[in-house]
Write a protein that binds this ligand. Sequence first.
Ligand code: LMR
Length: 398
Amino acid sequence: MLETLPQVPEDSILGLAAACRADPNPNKVDLTLGVYMNEEGVCPVFDAVRLAQRALVDEEKTKVYMPPAGDPVFNQGMQRLVLGEDSAALADGRVSSIQTPGGCGALRIGAEIINAAAPGARVWVSDPTWPVHIPLLGSVGLKFETYRYYEPVSHGVNFDAMVDDLKRAGRGDVVLLHGCCHNPCGADLTLEQWGTIADMAAQQGFLPFVDIAYQGLGDGLEEDAAGLRLLVQRLPEVIIAASCSKNMGLYRERTGATIFASANPASALALRSQAQVAARRIYSMPPAHGALLAARVLADDELNANWQDELQAMCRRINGLRTSLVSKLEQFTDRDFSFIEREKGMFSFLGLSPEQALALREEHSVYMLDSSRINVAGVNGANIEYLAAAVGAVLSSH
Ligand code: LMR
């Protein structure tokens, strides 16, 4: 029976990361996977996480299952982190959440809830969006429409086109939004534009589903969540998929949360019960380690301050790299790359063709996605010149 299954192509992101790992060229540059890397090219463990881990290992008494909704301290901490300490929705008790295996688990649980409420609902996704959104949500049975978002000529958001397309989204539809640091393009909505989306959702009745996987890596923890907080403030229902992969460096610990801001406390409880049932039929209960670390970091004042300092330093470094990259690329090319500085988070599209991205890989061992999405955090003092020179060489020869 199983022999009928063919081999499938590698994942468009993970496959390239693996190809880069296997490349013996000592000058190779890995700009593929969206993970933070420091000046040494290492994805570091946060100090606060390391301290929390030491304490956890010493104090841990059991490995018994987690409760189905996960760790309550983690859930409370995540709700406050994402919605803000002074969130009226939190004070009104109309928020609930469930701990999930990473941001992917959070998206999947959100999709399960949407499909339970409106089987086969249409989800409007930005063009482009993170490629994994489609199989993650689609395998539940949801359908897709796209709204125009990124405009390659201006390298910014074509907000008029986005609004035009979303005029067709109505009650029973879902609009998937990137909370900050848009993956893959790095072009974000302004707060005023978030306000327009909130007005449209209120008038037209669509449900916003916000994927916030990069909170703290754009402008800061509070600033990056401002758009989604505005939605929660103005609308009765918003679903949020949050992740601790990037902003706490807990990638492999699979730590995330689905947060439901709902019409009233009874609905919040109902949604959490539905989410628990959905989790039970997929993975039963979430893994413990990452969430217990995050819970400590969020709940302990000292660890929290320590974590926020380190996160801010990462954010500053990424923004500094954006500036350096623009000036380096200007030295080696005659193109205007100044848009890189206007974008947020880990990603930018360099605006190269798939053939040029391929030539960079094959001729220079510079790895970026075929779409020319780069992980800005993969740039460092040791590779920036090589990278800019390779881009310059490929632009003039291909
Ligand atoms: C990315 O887009 O590179 C990250 O979100 C990692 C992943 O799982 O794709």
